[in-house]
Design a protein around this ligand. Sequence first.
Ligand SMILES: C[S@@+](CC[C@H](N)C(=O)[O-])C[C@H]1O[C@@H](n2cnc3c(N)ncnc32)[C@H](O)[C@@H]1O
Length: 214
Amino acid sequence: MALGIHSGHGGARGGPAMVGPDGAFDGPVVERAAGREWTLPAGAFWQVHPAAADTLAGAVLDLLDPRPGESAWDLYGGAGLFAAALATRLGPDAPITLVESAPPAVSAARANLTDLAGLSVVPATVEAALRRRRVRGPVDLVVLDPPRTGAGAAVSRAVMAAGPRAVAYVACDPAAFARDVRTFRDGGWRLAALRAFDMFPMTHHVECVGLLSP
Ligand SMILES: C[S@@+](CC[C@H](N)C(=O)[O-])C[C@H]1O[C@@H](n2cnc3c(N)ncnc32)[C@H](O)[C@@H]1O
């Protein structure tokens, strides 16, 4: 997803950065979230609303309640917002695997999270990474933050098969989310908690964060 008008608070030039439809703009954007500073290229996903990144990261941590010693997957990880948030609780050496298919986001994750010794970045689609077992369970915690199409049945089943104790599903399309919740329910899981955020005021979009439990 390309950035639109980027808030870029604390940005490289101290003001908003304009991003055209072709993704061209005049320099990297600097953001603060999850207790760190991020330098992001135009092609990497970032939440548009300035408060969204920390709000969603806080909701994910609240719902997953990460415990020392646990491992985690950040699927559809972008530049690594949720991996970084998880590491604030699990520690820099915790085994966290981020899967992301867009090369600019993969580069941003690698460049911004060099301090996380336990982090593995897998440059692939989530579907292929799971199918080819480049990402393998068991794992304790999973964050799923797919694009509007949702994770789909194959990914949802593969996540359940990895045996996590909790999955945080960050959903920008409630209909796709509901479809995937049905797959989890059919697998014996339940939607244990649900939060909704009006992150795009004056539009019909509602961002949801759901906690799925086996
Ligand atoms: C909604 S964004 C979330 C990014 C990140 N979690 C964040 O909050 O900043 C979805 C991300 O998934 C990536 N993506 C889209 N389809 C994918 C797929 N099939 N496999 C892996 N990544 C994918 C996009 O490039 C994008 O970075």
